[in-house]
Design a protein around this ligand. Sequence first.
Ligand code: MRU
Length: 335
Amino acid sequence: MIEWRDGTVITIDQTKLPHETVILEIKNVDEMAEAIKNLRIRGAPLLGAAAAFGLALAAFYSKAKSNEQLLADLEKAAKIIKSTRPTAVNLFWALDRILTKVRGFSGTDHELKTLVLQEAQRIADEDAEANRAIGKNGAELINSGDVILTHCNAGELATVEYGTALGVIRAAWSQGKKIRVIATETRPLLQGARLTAYELKRDGIPVTLITDNMVGYVMYRRIVNKVIVGADRIVQDAVINKIGTFTVAVLAHEHGLPFYVAAPKSTFDLTRKAEEVIIEERNPDEVTHFSAQLVAAKGVEVLNPAFDITPLKYVTAIIAEDGIYYQRDFAKFEE
Ligand code: MRU
């Protein structure tokens, strides 16, 4: 959820959920960068819309007296936003889309400001539309009786509206399909326990929470029969998503379960291979602490990559707004 209201970007502070619903009112680029860095705003599609509105804020409040100066302000703002989180491509895609549009624009500075805001709004509106289409396309893969495992949060909270992986689940549920969801808690920041469980419970969709290390057991016991996750970046040879996704995919493969990825085209980055993508490394405190409580041996060395890489051979299909991509289509990703 995100919207532009007269020079303010309104969204929910996701770090406070599920206990409190705190509305964030963001008024400048630095506040936007802080919110993204600290995961108040998170989820690849939402990061795209937030980055776009960040540029809209820079344009709206710019004191530039010329078009060139305004453009320089926008380039500076884009640089700040790009330095927040490196992995989800939507953030870079949205900023570059707006910058490409405004570079070389010859109208007045007022027209240029309007153009930036209009394009940001378009990016947000398109994401809402894409998610509905992903939901509709993906619901065809879901049957009554399915128990679907999802990892992290690819829901309404992670997008402008509706959700990608949870959008598919929502669409199937609204068609009357009797389904249930198994949500992994998603260590270290618990997006599954805090956000996915919250969204599904709120909507009355049956959800059961497990810890990440229970995935093998629930598959072995046939407690789940499908997996749907979102993505932060889809490259020529892999899906990059929340840390733990690869483990889930390998386990699904081992148990012969379909592993689906739901993502809008703004998450596709088919000019790159996985090895070229920077995987964000986050603060060790996220691993050594639960909330503010230290739970690990003091001073222990920590590894904290926020995402992992799932080779496409483990992916049954990718559900996008323009259709469903299968293994036979993945070969074309390199063309
Ligand atoms: O670190 P996060 O919470 O931003 O990571 C989010 C994910 O990995 C999601 O699965 C992904 O962005 C898809 S959201 C529709």
